[in-house]
Design a binder for this molecule. Structure first.
Ligand code: UFG
Length: 316
C-alpha cells in the first residue's frame, strides 16, 4: 500500500514506519521535526518536512494515513491548552479535510489511555467512561469523537489505538524527548550518568507498595498492532482498541528492574505526588486480541527495559 505516516520521525511513528517499510509498503513520512528527529525516519521511507496542516501536497494516490503527529506531554497541555487544541484537534481536522478532498478514506489514529481519565475499574475496557483530566487527553478524545462522526457521515474508515505506557526500543529506534517526563527513560538516565537520581512521585497511593501502577507495553508490540489495524479498516466504521500488555507494574518495581538490567544502583528520591496521576492504569486488551488477533509478545518488563537500555547504551 501507499501510506502516509504523520509524525513518523517521532518515537512510536518511526517504529511503525520501519515495520511498514519492512512489510513492503511504500511509506512517506510527514513530520515538522518540532519534536521528532530526521535520523529516526527509516531507510526506504520518503521524508517530507511539513506540518499536518500542509498534508494536501502529499496525499495524492495514498491508500491510507497513520496519524501520530501530535503534542503529547500531559503537564505541558495543562500549561498551554491552546497549543494542544490547535495542534491535536485543529491539525487533525485539517488533515481529515485534506484526506476527504484527495479521496483518502482510511486512517489509523494514535489515541491514548489519557482519554479515560481516572478509571472506575481496572483493567479498563473500551466502553468505560471517558473523562479526561487534562487537555492532552481531552484533545485526543475529541479526535476520536470526530472520527466516529466522519465514519458515519463521510464513510471514513478509522481505527483508534489507545496506548497505555509505551516503552522499550525497536532496534535503534528509541524514545528521545528533549523534555523527558516518562519513567523508564528517566530511570535509565541515572544509569548513564545523565541524572544523579530518579524522583519517585508519591509513595502513598492505594497500591501494594504505595507507588503508581502502570501497564507498560513494548513499542515493537504496539507498532505491530498498527499493521493489523490497517488491514482491519472497514469504510464507514470507527473502531477503538486499547493497547497494553494487561499487567501492572509499580514505579518501585520499574526502578528495581532497571537496577537489575543496568547493574547500576540508581538512587531514588521520594518526592510529592505529580498532580493528575491516577493510582492504577491497566488496559484490558481483550478486544484487540479477539478481533484482530493481536497479543503482546514482549510483555516482560525485563525485556522492555533491556531493549530500552541496549538502544540507549549504543547511542551513549
Ligand atoms: N514517575 C515517577 N518519576 C518520574 C517519572 C514518572 O515517579 O521521573 C511516575 C509517574 O508519577 C507515574 C509513572 O511513573 O506514576 C509513569 O509515569 P510516565 O510519565 O512514564 O507515564 P504516565 O503514566 O504519566 O503517562 C502515560 C503516557 C501519557 C498518557 C498517560 C495516560 O505517557 O501519554 O499515560 O494517563 F497520557
Amino acid at each position: 500500500m501507499r501510506l502516509l505516516v504523520t509524525g513518523g520521525a517521532g518515537y512510536v511513528g518511526s517504529v511503525v514506519a520501519a515495520q511498514l517499510v519492512e512489510a513492503g509498503h511504500e511509506v512517506t513520512v510527514l513530520d515538522d521535526l518540532s519534536t521528532g528527529h530526521q535520523d529516526a525516519v527509516p531507510e526506504g521511507a520518503r521524508f517530507v518536512q511539513k506540518s499536518i496542516t500542509e498534508a494536501h501536497s502529499v496525499l495524492d494516490g495514498m491508500d491510507a494515513v497513520l496519524h501520530f503527529a501530535a503534542k503529547s506531554l500531559v503537564g505541558e497541555s495543562v500549561a498551554k491548552p491552546g497549543l494542544y487544541w490547535s495542534n491535536n484537534l485543529g491539525g487533525t481536522l485539517a488533515l481529515l479535510d485534506a484526506m476527504r478532498d484527495k479521496g483518502v478514506g482510511r486512517i489509523v489514529f494514535s489515541s491514548t489511555a489519557a482519554t479515560y481519565g481516572e478509571p472506575e475499574r481496572s483493567p479498563i475496557e473500551e466502553g468505560d467512561p471517558t473523562r479526561p483530566t487534562n487537555p492532552y487527553g481531552a484533545s485526543k478524545l475529541a479526535v476520536d469523537t470526530a472520527l466516529t462522526a466522519f465514519a458515519r457521515v463521510r464513510g471514513l474508515g478509522a481505527v483508534s489505538l489507545r496506548y497505555f505506557n509505551v516503552a522499550g526500543a525497536h532496534g535503534r529506534y528509541r524514545e528521545r524527548h528533549a523534555v523527558e517526563t516518562h519513567l523508564i527513560p528517566n530511570v535509565l538516565k541515572v544509569a548513564t550518568g545523565e541524572r544523579e537520581s530518579v524522583s519517585v512521585f508519591g509513595t502513598d497511593y492505594p497500591t501494594p507498595d504505595g507507588t503508581c501502577v502502570r501497564d507498560y507495553i513494548h513499542v515493537s508490540d504496539l507498532a505491530r498492532a498498527h499493521l493489523l489495524a490497517l488491514e482491519a479498516i472497514v469504510q464507514g466504521e470507527h473502531r477503538i482498541y486499547n493497547l497494553g500488555s494487561g499487567t501492572g507494574f509499580s514505579v518501585q518495581e520499574v526502578i528495581s528492574v532497571c537496577r537489575e538490567v543496568t547493574g547500576h544502583e540508581i538512587p531514588a528520591v521520594v518526592g510529592d505526588r505529580r498532580p493528575g496521576d491516577p493510582a492504577v492504569l491497566v488496559a484490558s486488551s481483550a478486544k484487540i486480541q479477539s478481533e484482530l488477533g493481536w497479543k503482546a509478545e514482549r510483555a516482560a518488563l525485563r525485556e522492555i527495559v533491556s531493549d530500552a537500555w541496549a538502544a540507549l547504551s549504543a547511542n551513549a
